[in-house]
Design a protein around this ligand. Structure first.
Ligand code: HSE
Length: 414
């Protein structure tokens, strides 16, 4: 028998209990031992459940129980999750978590403690929910040099963008619908402002390149400024708008990493990743592009990844697994606005043609896009291979000569 404890009985925690109960027999076969939940930590009361007797409000009960060898942390947030996870590792218990904030902020420190104590700290559910990505990068693709990773890492924003693209719903209405359907949190700012996707791409970068990247070092732009006009210009260009988290290893040994909305070509494998689904493209030197697709959030998909990690911990107790990365190093992250990309620019003048002509004086070679329903004075165009820095210098100059800049969106080459 292997005894485990679960910290948190929210959406994911209750899913973990459900998966463990539903698949008790097959899980025992795969783990070579029966897995039994001995304690569940939660401050709330849960009467009437078949396992109500397992609840405790006292973390020390778990910490000081020598029979508990694996602790599942599904509370979310940093406080008290970090203190609890650290204490468990220091007390000889392996830890499995779905907490992306914890891994993105404290991954290097917790992996070091796990290594020191010959334990496992596993977090498959923290990036793709039910979509396997941590194990594939660290094991299945281990013979590759990963040149870059690009992904749609946030289900809520992908749902909102899909509604804007397919049904021409406004950002505000699509967000409200996402909340009604229970996809978006009551406070969806971490989703729509890109912080959630940023945590996930930081975890993937740390894993792929062996050096911790903190979210605070990374350029993060969300989708709050995306309009239906932008969506129509993306269509005129031949694609759709997606919130993309990307990391790329540069020849200099630094990394280019960030999160921003991008035009994605209709031909891209990421263009067809719609609704609340996630899609992650990993570019290996031997494999070429490999794409992982599926449900990035939700009770049972996330719980399934958590329970798989528990099985791994139980099977490999006192045998460390593959996961490890060093702490951050200085100047490792290249400023995001140095890398050139094609960029779409949306402007407004008195007259569409003259606004574009004026823009062309600053952006020679700009290619104009004509969207359906274009309004008088409005124009959109694509500038090829321009860095964010150069664009940031030129757009105010365009405004200074009488052309209002409504926005700009990078164009991906995935
Ligand atoms: N809010 C997140 C999403 C949940 O929408 O993808 C999973 O991290």
């Amino acid at each position: 028998m292997a005894y485990i404890a679960v910290l948190g009985h929210g959406v994911v925690g209750s899913g973990v209990l459900e998966v463990l109960m539903t698949h008790k027999g097959s899980i025992a076969r795969r783990a070579d031992v029966e897995i039994k939940v001995k304690h569940i930590l939660d401050l709330r009361e849960f009467p009437g459940l078949p396992y109500s007797h397992l609840f405790t409000k006292d973390f020390d009960v778990i910490l000081n129980d020598p029979e508990v060898t694996v602790v599942v942390e599904v509370m979310g947030g940093l406080d008290p999750a970090f203190q609890y996870v650290k204490a468990c590792l220091e007390h000889g218990k392996s830890v499995v978590t779905s907490n992306k904030e914890l891994v993105a902020e404290k991954g290097a420190e917790l992996l070091a403690i796990a290594k020191e104590n010959n334990l496992n700290f596993l977090f498959e559910a923290s990036v793709g929910g039910g979509v396997p990505i941590i194990r594939p990068i660290s094991q299945c693709l281990a013979a590759n040099e990963v040149g870059e990773i690009a992904g749609i890492l946030n289900g809520t924003t992908n749902f909102i963008l899909t509604k804007m693209i397919r049904e021409h719903m406004s950002f505000a209405d699509a967000l409200q619908l996402a909340q009604q359907l229970g996809y978006a949190e009551r406070d969806p700012s971490a989703d729509v402002e890109g912080a959630d996707a940023c945590r996930k791409i930081c975890i993937l970068a740390s894993l792929a390149y062996g050096t911790h990247v903190y979210p605070r070092e990374v350029h993060t732009e969300g989708i709050t400024k995306i309009t239906l006009e932008d969506v129509a210009y993306a269509e005129a260009w031949g694609g759709v708008i997606k919130l993309i988290g990307q990391v790329k290893m540069l020849e200099s040994g630094k990394i280019h990493i960030g999160v921003c909305p991008m035009f994605v070509s209709r031909d891209s494998q990421l263009a067809g990743v719609d609704d609340v689904f996630n899609g992650i493209l990993v570019r290996g030197d031997a494999t070429g592009d490999v794409v992982f697709y599926g449900k990035g959030a939700g009770k049972l998909p996330t719980a399934s990844a958590v329970v798989a990690d528990v099985i791994d911990c139980v099977k490999h107790f006192a045998k460390r697994k593959y996961l490890y990365w060093e702490d951050a190093k200085p100047d490792y992250v290249e400023p995001f606005d140095v890398m050139p990309t094609d960029v779409f620019v949306h402007i407004q003048g008195k007259n569409s043609d003259s606004a574009f002509d004026t823009a062309e004086t600053l952006f020679p070679g700009a290619v104009r896009l004509i969207r359906k329903g274009e309004k008088e004075g409005e124009a959109g165009f694509v500038v090829s291979q321009i860095s964010g820095r150069e664009l940031g210098e030129k757009l105010p100059r365009l405004e200074a000569i009488g052309v209002k800049v409504l926005g700009s969106i990078r164009i991906s080459d995935y």
